[in-house]
Design a protein around this ligand. Structure first.
Ligand code: UD1
Length: 421
């Protein structure tokens, strides 16, 4: 197992390039299951989750290859319809094959993803949405088993206790493209990754309106064709680099970035005293003042503050001049990074689903353990500003979601190396 060794205290300067979005590419790859024709997806990040999706395709007897930043999928009529536990357990997003498989094969069996360290991960909205389109679904032997004679369009309200669901929306959207008649998805997730999937489906021949808003309308078609599509830039990777610049008191030009996908983060960073200028697909980030102001943040569905940026934002709040309150409204248990940050000298305590962060003047390097993808990113950020050496173990989480992170950070001055544990 690898660990990351980081010597903190160097401001980051230079240009950093953002890769394609992990959360967009996974449902887009899954949507290729809806056609028998070739699909070419470009601007694909080199990530373990992309490889896992390719393995799921191979287990379905479908040829998929990752080659120089593109995934080429050559679907054909396959009789296989099972996504196995051994693959799904390593990547919860595997559930996004459920809707496409059901629509194309009329049958799908996908392992229940189970919980994970960030909390409960129910699938009731996925099931509710697909049932509304006529699917028969049961949970048996740890698998979601779905079948249908003919999918029919319907009105589906996809609201849960914590608001909309990104992957339930993508599943129902994909299934609705091949359903007979019109589907109206209300309380749909508005995340840019859902809109990017809809753009890909439209290129395949789907009839979709309203994507990127809470009401998506789909007019089912008889079949979909192949398509070529470039994935949007990863807004969470972009946000992570923005915080790296602010945290280390550096100056970064972030390329291949979409400022319009990050309004909630930009707003909070500006409140803290970070200067952000965007031109075209470039964002420049540099502190406007020496000390950062504290900030209150509540995570919400898009366009609210992303839960996937909560841990990284906490690392910045940890060195601000005052008290910040960070409240998690999507995954109320997503605070595994708090105790590790405290080991590095942060002053954070939890009060229900809120973290009270008292800014400190200095953090110090320590051995810490990564618990999930975004917590790992936050520990890397914290280590970049901490005095001395930090060893982050279980770094494999980072490889699930960040494409060549240390290579990119080293190029802008970070002192990072990977070692075997
Ligand atoms: C996606 C993202 C993940 C991000 C999350 C929230 C991908 C691959 N992953 O995950 O990085 O953190 O959105 O922005 O895109 N819920 C239910 N019932 C369901 C499904 C979800 O109650 O059937 C709840 C969840 O527990 C959570 C909330 O809805 O509280 C949002 O989760 P959801 O949007 O579904 O997350 P994912 O799509 O799995």
């Amino acid at each position: 197992m690898d660990k990351m060794v980081i010597c903190g205290g160097t401001p980051l300067h230079g240009t950093i390039e953002v890769s394609g979005s992990k959360n967009a590419v996974l449902p887009i790859m899954a949507a290729a299951l809806l056609t028998d024709e070739r699909c070419v997806i470009t601007n694909v990040p080199d990530l373990r989750d992309v490889q896992t999706m390719i393995r799921i395709f191979r287990a379905l007897d479908i040829k998929a290859v990752f080659d120089g930043g593109a995934v080429i999928i050559e679907p054909k009529s396959s009789k296989k319809f099972i996504a196995e536990y051994s693959l799904v357990k390593t990547m919860r997003a595997s559930i996004c094959v459920l809707g496409p498989l059901l629509a194309k094969q009329k049958k799908a069996q996908v392992s229940m993803p189970g919980g994970c360290v960030i909390g409960q991960r129910p699938v009731d909205l996925h099931i509710k949405g697909l049932r509304a389109l006529g699917a028969e679904i049961e949970i048996k032997h740890g698998y979601i088993s779905a079948q249908v004679k003919k999918l029919r369009g319907a009105n589906v309200f996809l609201g849960g206790a914590y608001g909309s669901s990104v992957l339930a929306t993508t599943n129902v959207l994909c299934a609705a493209t091949l359903a007979e008649g019109r589907t109206l998805i209300e309380n749909a997730a508005c995340e840019p990754e859902v809109a990017d999937l809809a753009d890909f489906l439209i290129k395949m021949g789907a009839k979709i309106r309203g994507h990127g808003t809470p009401t998506i309308e789909v007019e089912g078609v008889r079949q979909l064709g192949g398509a070529t599509h470039a994935v949007i830039p990863d807004r969470i990777e972009t946000g992570t680099h923005m915080i790296a610049a602010a945290l280390t008191d550096g100056d970064l030009l972030i390329r291949n970035a979409r400022r319009d996908h990050l309004s909630a983060l930009v707003d909070k960073l500006e409140q803290m005293g970070v200067g952000i200028t965007a031109r075209g697909e470039n964002i420049r980030v540099k502190r406007r003042q020496r000390t950062l102001k504290p900030v209150d943040v509540t995570t919400l569905p898009y366009p609210g503050f992303p839960t996937d940026m909560q841990a990284q934002m906490m690392s910045l709040a940890a060195v601000s001049d005052g008290i910040s309150v960070i409240t998690e409204k999507i995954f109320p248990d997503r605070f595994m990074h708090v105790s590790e940050m405290n080991r590095m000298g942060a002053d954070i305590f939890l009060e229900g689903a809120s973290a009270i962060v008292r800014g400190v003047k200095k953090l110090s390097g320590a051995p810490v353990m990564a618990s999930d993808l975004r917590a790992s990113a936050a520990l890397v950020l914290t280590a970049l500003v901490a005095e001395g050496r930090t060893d982050i173990s279980r770094i494999y989480h980072l490889d699930r979601g960040y494409d060549r992170i240390e290579t990119k950070l080293i190029k802008v001055g970070a002192k990072i190396r990977r070692e075997k544990e």
